[in-house]
Design a protein around this ligand. Structure first.
Ligand code: FES
Length: 136
């Protein structure tokens, strides 16, 4: 691969839509992100599910709180489920569906993602501003 090829690959996506490097999910399995400017950016998180990555708005359907209290801590101790730290709701990583807790039967708001060149990005179809407003 030439330097030109690498540069072309790096410019193949909009840097404002980059969530994180895929390798950043290896240690804790999840990571928060903020995309957008102003008072109401899109606040979300990404979670590793096997070889795939899922993204959700960081807002619990129970009371609207962010799911994490500590940075990048979204999972149960065994890493099997997403945990809301406020009142203990548990969600499936692959679907965002709440399997236990005060909002059982409801679901997290998904954020469509793409993986390109080892980076996790918002999918081109995602309007980050509209999604952030809808989550308020
Ligand atoms: S705010 Fe998440 S369980 Fe209450």
């Amino acid at each position: 691969m030439s330097t030109g090829d690498r540069m072309q690959g790096a410019q193949a996506f909009d840097l404002a839509r980059v969530v994180c490097r895929l390798t950043e999910l290896e240690r804790q399995g999840a990571r928060a992100f903020v995309i957008g400017a102003g008072d109401w950016p899109l606040r979300g998180f990404v979670v590793r599910v096997g070889d795939a990555v899922r993204g959700y708005v960081n807002r619990c359907p129970h009371a609207g709180h962010p799911l994490n209290l500590l940075p990048d801590r979204f999972l149960t101790c065994d890493g099997a489920l997403i945990l809301c730290s406020s009142h203990g709701a548990l969600f499936e990583k692959s679907s965002g569906y709440c399997v236990a807790g005060p909002c059982a039967g409801r679901a997290l708001t998904p954020v469509a993602l793409e993986i390109r060149h080892g980076y996790v990005l918002l999918a081109d179809s995602v309007d980050a501003g509209a999604l952030a407003q809808a989550a308020c």
